[in-house]
Design a protein around this ligand. Structure first.
Ligand SMILES: [Zn+2]
Ligand SMILES: [Zn+2]
Length: 388
C-alpha cells in the first residue's frame, strides 16, 4: 500500500511544490491566512474535491472530505499554514499544509482504487502560532464523528510524537499612580515595580517546579520616561506543563505571586488569558509505530523520544478528544536548525524539507487507509487512547 501511496503523491508533486513555495513566498500570521487557505482550497478543488471555506466561524479555516460506503471509520488530517511575524515560515507550516493535502489526496484516490470504505477529512486549521485555531474549531464541532486525527510537523530531526506541554497564556496588567519620580515620588505607585517583583517571584518559584514544567514571560509596557512613575505596566507569561495536573498548581502560585506584588507596591492587578489554552498532547503508540514504519520503509530513520517535548501545539486539544499523533520530519540532514529561526525558515523552502514532507505525507495517508481498512489496528489505536 505504501508504494501505491508514494506513486499517487509523486503524480501531484509539481502542484504540491508550487503550493508549498507560494505559501512560503506569501507568509500570513494567525487568522490572516487568506491567501494560504484560498490557494490550498483551489488545489483541492482542481483535484476534484469540494471545499467548505470559511467554516467553523473562522474566515481562514476550511474543510474537505471524501467518503465511500456509509458508517465506516472517519479519519481527519490537519493542515496548518500560518506564519510567524518577522521571520515568515520559521516554523515551516507551508510544509505542514502541503503534507496534509498530499496525504488527503493520496488517501482519497486509494480509497477509490482499492474500494476502502470510510471517510477521510482534511481540516485547514489556521492560527496554530498563538491563536488556537484548533481549540476554536474543536469547540465548534470539527471533530464530531471523527475517530482519529493526525498531522506532521517539520523539525530538525525525524521522530515520533512523545507529547507536548499544556500551555496557558496569562496577561497581567498592573495599575499604579503617576507622579514626578524625583519631585514627588512619595505620591506615586509604581506599576513597573509590581511587574519586576512578579518576575522575581516567578524566577524564585521556577526552582521548585518539575522538569516538565516551564514558566516564561515578557514585559510589554513599563512606562514612557524615567521621570514619571509608571501608572501602567503590562506583561505576559506562558505557564506550561507536560503533566496537566500541574497546570492548576502553577496558575495558583502565579496568581499568589501577583497578589504579593500588589501588596508590596500598592498597585492593583488584572489577570486574564490572552489566548486559548493549549492542552498537553497525548501520543498514541500504535499510530506512532505505523508512522515510524512508513518513514523507515522510505529510507528515513526515525527517533523514538523518551519524554514529551517542551513546546506546545493546539493539536494537543485534538489529541485529547480523539486518538491522534503529531510526529516530526526533518527539514535538513546537515545541521539541526531550531524552529522559529530565520535558518529554519530558509530550510522550509529547500528540496530536502519538501521531499521529506512528502515522505511524511505518505506516512499520514498510510495511517488513514490502515485505520479504515484494518479493524485490529483501529482497535489498538482506540485502546491505547483509552489507556492514557
Ligand atoms: Zn511554531
Ligand atoms: Zn509549528
Amino acid at each position: 500500500m505504501l508504494d501505491k501511496i508514494v506513486r499517487h503523491i509523486g503524480a501531484h508533486r509539481n502542484e504540491l511544490r508550487t503550493l508549498s513555495d507560494a505559501l512560503w513566498n506569501h507568509p500570513e500570521t494567525a487568522y490572516h491566512e487568506h491567501f494560504a487557505s484560498k490557494t490550498a482550497a483551489e488545489l483541492l478543488e482542481k483535484c476534484g474535491y469540494a471545499v467548505t471555506i470559511p467554516c467553523y466561524g473562522i474566515e481562514t479555516a476550511f474543510r474537505c472530505e471524501y467518503a465511500q460506503g456509509s458508517g465506516g471509520p472517519v479519519f481527519a488530517i490537519a493542515s496548518e499554514y500560518d506564519a510567524l511575524p518577522e521571520i515568515g515560515h520559521g516554523c515551516g507550516h507551508n510544509l505542514i499544509c502541503t503534507a496534509g493535502i498530499a496525504a488527503f489526496i493520496a488517501a482519497a484516490e486509494l480509497m477509490k482504487e482499492e474500494g476502502i470504505s470510510g471517510k477521510v477529512i482534511l481540516l485547514g486549521t489556521p492560527a496554530e502560532e498563538g491563536g488556537g485555531g484548533k481549540v476554536k474549531m474543536a469547540a465548534a464541532g470539527c471533530l464530531d464523528g471523527v475517530d482519529a486525527a493526525i498531522m506532521a510537523h517539520p523539525s530538525g530531526i525525524n521522530c515520533t510524537d512523545a507529547g507536548s506541554t499544556a500551555n496557558c497564556g496569562l496577561e497581567v496588567i498592573f495599575h499604579g499612580k503617576a507622579a514626578h519620580a524625583a519631585a514627588a515620588p512619595e505620591k506615586g505607585i509604581n506599576a513597573l515595580d509590581a511587574v519586576n517583583l512578579l518576575f522575581t517571584g516567578v524566577n524564585t518559584f521556577r526552582q521548585y517546579i518539575p522538569e516538565h514544567a516551564r514558566i516564561h514571560g515578557v514585559i510589554l509596557d513599563g512606562g514612557e520616561v524615567p521621570n514619571v512613575i509608571p501608572d501602567y505596566a503590562r506583561c505576559r507569561f506562558y505557564l506550561r506543563s507536560a503533566d496537566e495536573s500541574w497546570c492548576p498548581v502553577l496558575e495558583k502560585r502565579f496568581r499568589d505571586i501577583v497578589k504579593g506584588a500588589e501588596l508590596m507596591t500598592g498597585a492593583t492587578a488584572e489577570i486574564a488569558p490572552f489566548r486559548p489554552a493549549y492542552r498537553a498532547r497525548k501520543p498514541n503508540t500504535p499510530m506512532n509505530m505505523d508512522y515510524a514504519e512508513s518513514m523507515r520503509a522510505q529510507g528515513v530513520e526515525v527517533e523514538i523520544p523518551e519524554k514529551a517535548g517542551r513546546g506546545s501545539s493546539d493539536f494537543g486539544n485534538f489529541s485529547q478528544v480523539v486518538p491522534g499523533i503529531h510526529p516530526y520530519f526533518a527539514v535538513s540532514d546537515t545541521s539541526v536548525p531550531v524552529p522559529h529561526s530565520k535558518e529554519f525558515a530558509a530550510c522550509a523552502k529547500e528540496d530536502y524539507g519538501f521531499d521529506n514532507a512528502l515522505r511524511a505525507a505518505a506516512a499520514l495517508a498510510h495511517e488513514a487507509l490502515r485505520f479504515m481498512a484494518d479493524p485490529a489496528f483501529r482497535e489498538a489505536v482506540k485502546a491505547d487512547f483509552a489507556r492514557r
